[in-house]
Design a protein around this ligand. Structure first.
Ligand code: NAP
Length: 252
């Protein structure tokens, strides 16, 4: 018995990194998964990997800033699998080191468009299908940067992830009556392409290893396990909440 038996999930940015780990775990737990991304080759590879493990996944090109792409992704879930129960708004661009004064308007707009507007459009496109399924679960991937500020970080990134954190709560409240839950996940430092630059710099890596109470970077599976909990019926009374998965970094 899988924890997601009979459910259908749509995961944005699911070609690689955390999104791919979630797609694989969801499939292992019995869900049928639609993977959306702009990285078509990697997306098809993830789709094939899931099939090799005996799961069922479909890759579709999904630029989260396009309302038409979102409509097509939701329609793919309905056409191929007959329903939609879970949406993971995972796609995002990240944390290049830039101060507020060095942030250009183009950088601000692109970051807010992908990380902020992308979640809004995905949520809006998925709600009717989730409602038709009798309810569902939306998981929005924010960041610890959506909760605290940073001296080193990227103000546009923090602003975009803060937007995701509060959009989550409005979605939860406005759609509780539809039996649609919505929660945010706040990863800390996780080993993916997004943190490649930090991991390659021994000094910066050491800084985090010394300051993360659990003494290590997180893995994509650390995040996928939390997302699985929020996607499954194990969390049926959890909505509008924030799950921080960061080894204790922002608890201090
Ligand atoms: P990742 O490997 O870079 O995965 C993000 C995926 O989203 C990539 O495949 C990326 O493609 C894709 N993407 C970018 N723009 C897109 C768009 N317009 N439409 C659709 N897909 C798009 O990094 P990750 O660490 O797994 O990130 C997953 C989520 O976790 C992100 O929202 C990120 O902000 C958040 N997060 C990560 C960390 C961390 O330490 N890694 C910490 C906190 C939060 P491209 O590579 O082409 O951009």
């Amino acid at each position: 018995m899988g924890r997601l038996d009979g459910k259908v999930a749509l995961i944005s940015g699911g070609a690689r990194g955390q999104g791919a780990a979630e797609a694989m775990l969801f499939a292992k737990e019995g869900a049928k998964v639609v993977i959306g991304d702009i990285l078509d080759d990697e997306g098809r590879q993830t789709e094939a990997q899931i099939a090799e493990l005996g799961g069922d996944a479909t890759y579709i090109h999904l630029d989260v800033t396009s309302a038409a792409d979102w409509d097509a992704a939701v329609q793919t879930a309905l056409d191929r699998y007959g329903r939609l129960d879970i949406l993971v708004n995972n796609a995002g661009i990240g944390g290049q080191r830039v101060t507020l004064e060095d942030t250009t308007m183009e950088h601000w707009d692109r970051t807010l468009d992908i990380n902020g507007k992308g979640v809004f459009l995905g949520t809006k496109a998925a709600i009717p299908a989730l409602r038709d399924a009798g309810g569902g679960s939306i998981i929005n991937i924010s960041s610890i940067a959506g909760i605290i500020g940073s001296r080193l970080g990227n103000p546009a990134y923090g602003a975009s992830k803060g937007a995701v954190r509060l959009l989550t709560k409005s979605t939860a409240i406005q759609h509780a009556a539809d039996n649609i839950r919505c929660n945010s996940v706040h990863p800390g430092m996780i080993v993916t392409a997004m943190t490649e630059e930090i991991l390659a710099d021994p000094e910066r890596r050491q800084f985090y290893d010394d300051n993360i109470p659990l003494g290590r970077f997180g893995t994509v599976d650390d995040i996928a396990n939390g997302v699985l909990f929020l996607a499954s019926d194990d969390s049926s009374f959890v909505t509008g909440s924030e799950l921080v998965i960061d080894g204790g970094l922002i608890a201090q």
